[in-house]
Design a protein around this ligand. Sequence first.
Ligand code: NAP
Length: 361
Amino acid sequence: MFSYFNPVDLRFGENVVSNVDFTLYGKKAFIVTGRSGSAKKNNAIKDLLGVLDAKGISYEFFSEVEENPSFETVDRGAELFRTKYCDFAVGIGGGSPMDVAKAISAGAKMEKKVADLYAIKDSISCYPVIEMTTTSGTGSEVTQYSVLTSPNDKKLGLRTNKLFPTVAIVDPRYTLTMPADVTISTGLDALSQLVESVISKISTPLTDTIAVKGIELIKMSLPEVVKKASSLEHRSNVSMAATFSGLTISQTGTTIVHALGYPITSHLGIRHGLANMLTLCQIVKNTQKFDPERVKVATAPFGSANGLCEFIDSIYPRPKLKLSEKDAEIFAGEIDLKAGQVLNTPGNYDFGFVKEIYRSL
Ligand code: NAP
């Protein structure tokens, strides 16, 4: 017995934005983008404005989203959304602007600070959100999560079915402008999510099928786009894998790999997808002791768990962190061992085990 719930209207392919009827969502859009202007360079804004202008829909820009976006950014955006009387949000970018667009839609509708939404998450309501992804990694365009950084520098996932975007636009052409470092960190984030989804205790036959296809696409095409950034065929495959990773984690969530990665990103500034790579192999190998069948399914495209680790090293030679005893303790202290991410990972994870993982990095 299993269930599958994902209500996102997904559009995948070249120029799919022109097929979306934005008039269904209102008369004024609130367009959320990152700070460094990538949404202009990759033409996503131009394509969107072409469609909005043709339909007489007006818009307001909020182009202030940083990487690992803060509560404060969401609150500023929600305030602007309200004072400019917008009807729906459009997030353009990677996970950061897309997650902020979701949180703004909730903060503006509820007239609350985002920090106050966590306690009431399942009873919130939101304005419609259309996500246009321009990286190929997080799958945020089809998930019910918004990952934000609190004032004390902790990454906190706001998770509720109310946050599922209304429409997801995945046009692989927008990823052509990604520099190699972003291509690698986001592509490996997708790989991590796909593998984690398979090893999760709550994986299903359907999520397995989607995830294994995604893992095969990453294996085939991520090395190709690292070598040749302009290959649209391989970019499309990695974009598809990333969206598949969102579809699977929208059902299974992630595992302790993600939980371990957050302190690495917050304290050391190592990008999310790369932070996950530092512990994925260890967790997969530990899972082998408790549920070898899950690991067999997840690593089949690479032949074995070692094959998976060799693939990762061929794309991202993992650095040694050499954390001090004290830092390992601080990082380990930040892991909520009762969180679903940890409980859904096969094996037993206590403070000592987690600290040892950090010490070994
Ligand atoms: P990101 O933080 O959104 O963006 C990283 C950098 O890449 C930014 O400088 C961005 O520029 C740039 N960029 C984006 N698209 C580009 C393009 N097409 N060409 C050139 N540069 C481009 O990266 P991300 O890895 O996609 O997102 C990471 C965030 O997502 C983390 O906060 C993570 O925790 C979260 N996440 C969320 C979910 C979920 O389900 N909600 C899942 C996994 C991860 P701009 O400043 O112009 O945007």
